[in-house]
Write a protein that binds this ligand. Structure first.
Ligand code: PXP
Length: 237
């Protein structure tokens, strides 16, 4: 399973002081040296962490793969088409949220998302759509020619009882199988950490995980190299 690291919160820390350090671009390049399979950033409309300078520098310097998370809105689509990341992941965005709170509703916003996919494809950018592990949402993503889905794993990560964990994991497993049958690539992310990642290794259909907060938090305690290499070891099948 590939492991891509989301470095948004290096920028959160930088922006807390309005200074230049810590720098998400430097951190991303270090993460590549330590062996991650790709770099993920979310360019939010409110630019609360990652900014355009970060995205443009990352595009120049990242040699693994750049995954740009974005809302399907004109301004950001335009930037993506200009920068050309290897992957654009469409996510819902609300200004008040602390972090992305759930998958995008493809069915209810099908025209907007279809047009975003088409524009990104015209710029030869592969497109992933961040969705709930829901068969109907996956069918809609396939219908509008997404290349990948990213399964929202937040409910699994937040489940507390054994029964709920099992139930949420089962949803992810079925969703991954269904998406693969439709020919979609399968990514997963949100709330994954050093403990709950272990169950994912058994779901062979998951090609890639996108993890940010848990690894960056651990990097503060043990250093970036150890935190990243530990997660790389845990994601190898
Ligand atoms: N995938 C998507 C689409 C996200 O929005 C996020 C959070 O920015 C992540 C993965 C990573 O989540 P976490 O920081 O909880 O690992």
């Amino acid at each position: 399973m590939r492991f891509c690291i989301n470095v948004d919160h290096i920028a959160t820390l930088r922006n807390a002081r309005g200074e230049t350090q810590p720098d998400p671009v430097t951190f991303a390049l270090m993460a590549e040296q330590f062996g991650v399979d790709g770099i993920v950033v979310h360019l939010r409309e409110d630019r609360r962490h990652i900014n355009e300078r970060d995205v443009r520098l990352l595009r120049e310097l990242v040699t693994t793969k750049l995954d740009l998370e974005m809302a399907p809105v004109d301004e950001i689509i335009q930037i993506a088409c200009d920068v050309c990341p290897e992957l654009a992941t469409l996510v819902p965005e609300k200004r008040q949220e602390l972090t992305t709170e759930g998958g995008i509703n493809v069915i209810d916003n099908i025209n907007q998302i279809r047009s975003a996919v088409e524009r990104l494809h015209e710029a030869e950018i592969s497109v992933s759509i961040f969705i709930e592990p829901d068969i109907n949402q996956i069918d809609a993503a396939a219908e509008i020619n997404a290349d990948f889905i990213e399964i929202h794993t937040g409910h699994y990560a937040n489940a507390a009882s054994e029964e709920d964990i099992f139930e949420e994991l089962e949803k992810v497993r079925l969703a991954a199988k269904h998406a693969k049958k439709l020919g979609l690539g399968v990514n997963a992310g949100h709330g994954l950490n050093y403990i709950n990642i272990k169950e994912f290794l058994a779901i062979e259909e998951i090609d890639e995980v996108s993890i940010g907060h848990a690894v960056l938090a651990r990097a503060i305690y043990v250093g970036a190299e150890q935190a990243i290499k530990e997660m790389i070891a845990l994601t190898k099948r």
